[in-house]
Design a binder for this molecule. Structure first.
Ligand code: DPP
Ligand code: ZN
Length: 866
């Protein structure tokens, strides 16, 4: 297969001004008529080429005349019409089979209802069309179906509806905003609806509707609340008002993505929409809030202004993630949110950046764009926007955004044009900054300090280097914002001067390979708190001593760095142990310090819960070369046991003291208390005494919400034995009718680090409740195992790798997009011990050598091997 390249971009040969679609819905034989008003774009003699896949042709006509077979060609990918007029009406009719569409792209059935997913290239499985984001058109959609498909929905406003003979009915929708076809959506089926209203900043009333499975409407209440808060926040923060009179969300159970921002008709994976205290954890609530916001924010950054081509994906995704992260920070607290975002960035994006699948935030070639919905495009894409804001300040950032909305509304554009808006409002040159979009890899920044007590000066020496990544052997320096402050030996903020200006904190922009900065007026030997708030997505190494870290852990005014200091200390202790050099004295010291932090009355429970969690095994694997997952697991467990023993009383006190008495509330403060209480239990469970088993069992049985139930079950999993097995059975029996809860049941067992876990996971693929065709269920078991159970996935026999490869090959037969997402855990093979790396490689080779592989899996497996 030939890659698609950014450098080859050419404007569309034909434009579509109006689209009229007629759907006659039937599970196996849906008829789709399309009427396109087509216009040649510029002077050229190119044929009209429309994308179309898996379509059964019925007819093709131009200006009312049916074309003879000699006048057009239809192959597996295109409809081509060589001698099209300059302006004409094209009418086509095709038949499709939604019922048998298990790739979940285009029009398919989920739970007996029709739904669509068109991003990135699913629309071509519905009808012939120029399936590219720079063809914007106004859509009118008529849907006809049996009355049992009670709700017939599409984008925009409902302009007509009615009953038809033979038990049928219809609805007609018109979307006044021109859009690319990837934002088209259709839903047909029996649904319940939760309704609300919102008055916008200019006083317009918008109807809000969330459609869910029958009986589930009460579980959409939190999503509705999050939607209303998102709409208000976008008005207040970015001046963006919603533009249609109706905003709809539909939840479906079978969905490849998390959710989709179709204009006026968002479609969500039900796991990111439905919540009540009994069935959803606080983490679910948090994700629902952020994804509802994300998809809503796309209305301006994605829908009103879209991407010229798929290389610009970060233009909408990185920016929209930045917007949803800012929203979540305002809702839930900036420091805690930042820590969680950075944890996710490191876990997913840093790992990607260090492996063979590393790519820039704006890639320059691909085989399947579906493979680029990655942590780099999304999370690093957001970091780039965050740095931009740090570099120019909030006011200039807002001005640049305003200009972007004003200049590009109604258009498809590029990252260059986005950045140009900030250049225009600041008069600054962003050429150097643009490298953040084009250069892959995580920059390594080093910082050395030397303090001169007599001169009261602190000299800082900074240097940067970005390691090579596939296709990019040499790298240039990037402009790296480093926010920095100083502490004295007691952790108090130490003032200083930079260029004669007094300051508590300063921003250093390292835009050369190395630089020196001198701070003056420094009254005492300082502890340097660098990269505050994780001001850029880099790996920082410093010459700080462990004692400096303890000062930071106790009192850094920057809460991110307070947490980071604890993580650094823990990381060093675990890695030392993993290499056979355990430092028990330092481990005790760490436990002491953690105990003091837990008893700090001034800090918030959500923050303490984060402090208590040790770096994850995959995070540690990134810091160990070559990585030895078994040694990491054992060392991390040993430190957990020590902490558990040292902190037993503190943890027990927290566990009792944080017991919830009143009514459940999903708000951040209540969630923070539950998080700390469950984190305390989790650490207590590292010490498998009989009392711990009873404590965990009691916690599980007394749980009044899913957060606590999962906290108890997860503690029992660590302890194992009959208590655990009985609780697992109890949980399944209790929740077997609730798919989203049963996903948790599968995922929990997939995370179990016990020796027996691989056998158990393989056994679970034969469980009657396992369904590989449902992406949520598949990911709960297979992806959780491969990504969150390193101790067992990296079984020395290679059985874990073989299991994953078997699953990838099986799923690729019907759902390539989802199969391809499972490849990544094998991609890191070079970073592991050679004997493990060789086994991982062997499975990648087996995958790549399989006949009939999809482009999706082929691209990732071959890149991973390269
Ligand atoms: N564009 C979607 C999202 O990120 C993914 N399908 O929200
Ligand atoms: Zn998005």
């Amino acid at each position: 297969p030939q890659p698609i390249r950014l450098a080859d971009y050419a404007p569309p040969a034909f434009l579509i001004d109006e689209v009229r679609l007629d759907f006659d819905l039937a599970p196996n034989t849906t008829r789709v008529k399309a009427k396109l008003t087509v216009r040649r774009n510029g002077e050229h003699a190119q044929p009209l080429v429309l994308n179309g896949e898996r379509l059964k042709p019925v007819s093709v006509a131009i200006d009312g005349r049916v074309l003879a077979e000699a006048e057009r060609t239809i192959d597996a990918e295109f409809l081509t019409i060589p001698n099209a007029p300059d302006a004409f009406v094209l009418e086509t009719e095709v038949e499709i089979d939604p019922e048998n569409n298990k790739a979940l792209e285009g029009l398919y059935m989920s739970g007996g209802r029709f739904c669509t997913q068109c991003e990135a290239e699913g629309f071509r499985k519905i009808t012939w069309y120029p399936d590219r984001p720079d063809v914007l058109s106004r859509f009118t959609v008529r849907i006809e179906a049996d009355r049992k498909f009670r709700h017939l929905l599409s984008n925009g406003n409902l302009i007509d509806a009615g009953e038809l003979p033979g038990g049928r009915h219809f609805a007609v929708w018109n979307d006044p905003f021109p859009k690319p076809c990837y934002l088209f959506a259709l839903v047909g089926g029996e649904l319940d609806v939760l309704e609300d209203k919102l008055v916008t900043m200019t006083g317009r009333t918008v109807d809000l509707r969330i459609y869910v499975d029958p009986g589930m409407a009460p579980r959409a209440a939190y999503a509705m609340d999050a939607l209303k808060r998102s709409m208000k926040w976008d008005e207040e923060t970015f001046g963006r008002e919603y533009d249609l009179d109706l905003f709809m969300i539909v939840a479906v159970r079978d969905f490849n993505f998390g959710a989709m921002e179709n204009k006026g008709l968002n479609i969500f994976n039900s796991s990111l929409l439905l919540a009540d205290p009994a069935t959803a954890t606080d983490m679910d609530y948090e994700r629902i809030e952020s994804v509802v916001a994300h998809e809503y924010f796309h209305n301006w950054t994605g829908d009103r202004i879209t991407c010229r081509d798929w290389f610009q994906l970060c233009l909408k995704e990185g920016l929209t993630v930045f917007r949803d992260q800012s929203f979540s920070a305002d809702m839930r607290g900036h420091a805690v949110q930042r820590i969680k975002d950075v944890k996710a960035l490191r876990a997913r994006q840093f790992a990607e950046d260090q492996g063979p699948l590393a790519h820039p935030v704006r890639p320059s070639s691909y085989l399947k764009i579906d493979n680029f919905y990655t942590a780099t495009i999304y999370e690093k894409g957001s970091e780039v926007i965050r740095m931009l804001k740090t570099l120019i300040g909030p006011e200039a950032f807002r001005k640049g955004m305003d200009l972007y909305f004003e200049r590009w509304d109604g258009h498809a554009t590029t990252v260059e044009e986005f950045i140009r808006c900030f250049a225009d409002v600041t008069g600054r040159d962003f050429e150097g900054f643009f490298a953040w979009y084009e250069q892959a890899g995580t920059p390594r920044v080093s910082l050395k300090q030397s303090y001169d007590a007599a001169a009261r000066t602190l000299e800082l020496e900074l240097a940067q280097e970005t390691p090579p990544t596939p296709g990019q052997p040499t790298k240039k320096p990037l402009p790296i914002p480093v926010t920095l402050g100083l502490l004295d030996g007691d952790g108090r903020t130490l003032a200083f001067e930079r260029d004669g200006q007094a300051a508590d904190e300063t921003l250093i922009v390292l835009d050369q390979a190395s630089a020196k900065v001198t701070l003056t007026g420094v009254d005492a030997a300082p502890v340097v708190s660098a990269l505050r708030g994780f001001s850029s997505p880099v790996e920082l190494t410093t010459d700080a001593r462990a004692s400096d870290r303890y000062v930071q852990l106790a009192g850094d005014a920057d809460l991110f760095n307070r947490w980071e200091a604890g993580q650094e200390l823990a990381r060093a202790l675990i890695l030392a142990r993993a290499k056979g050099a355990a430092d028990e004295v330092s481990e005790e010291r760490y436990a002491e310090a953690l105990g003091r932090a837990l008893n700090d009355q001034a800090s918030d429970p959500a923050f303490k819960a984060l402090l208590l969690a040790l770096p994850s095994e995959s995070d540690l694997a990134l810091a160990m070369a070559p990585a030895d997952p078994a040694a990491i697991h054992a060392a991390r467990d040993a430190l957990r046991l020590r902490l558990s023993l040292h902190l037993t009383e503190d943890l027990q006190r927290l566990h009792i003291g944080l017991q919830e008495l009143g009514e459940f509330s999903p708000d951040a403060a209540s969630a923070g208390r539950r998080a700390l209480r469950n984190a305390a239990l989790d650490l207590l469970a590292a010490n498998p005494r009989a009392e711990t088993g009873e404590l965990a069992d009691g916690h599980y049985r007394a749980a009044a919400n899913m957060t606590d139930a999962m906290g108890g079950l997860s503690a029992l999993m660590q302890i194992g034995g009959d208590l655990y097995e009985n609780a697992l059975t109890d949980f399944f029996q209790r929740w077997k009718a609730e798919p989203l809860v049963i996903d948790k049941w599968f995922a929990l067992q997939a995370r179990d680090p016990d020796e027996s876990a691989l056998g158990r996971v393989m056994g679970l693929t034969a469980h009657p409740a396992f369904d590989e065709k449902n992406p949520n269920r598949l990911r709960a078991l297979v992806s959780t195992f491969a990504n969150f159970n390193p101790a067992r996935f990296h079984d020395p026999s290679g059985a874990g790798y073989r299991f994953l490869a078997d699953q990838i090959l099986a799923v690729d037969g019907f759902n390539p997009m989802t199969a391809a997402r499972l490849v990544e855990p094998l991609g890191g093979w070079r970073r592991y011990k050679p004997e493990l790396g060789a086994l991982m490689r062997k499975e990648l080779e087996r995958i790549a050598g399989t006949e009939g592989l999809s482009k999706n899996v082929y691209e990732l497996a071959t890149k991973a091997l390269a």
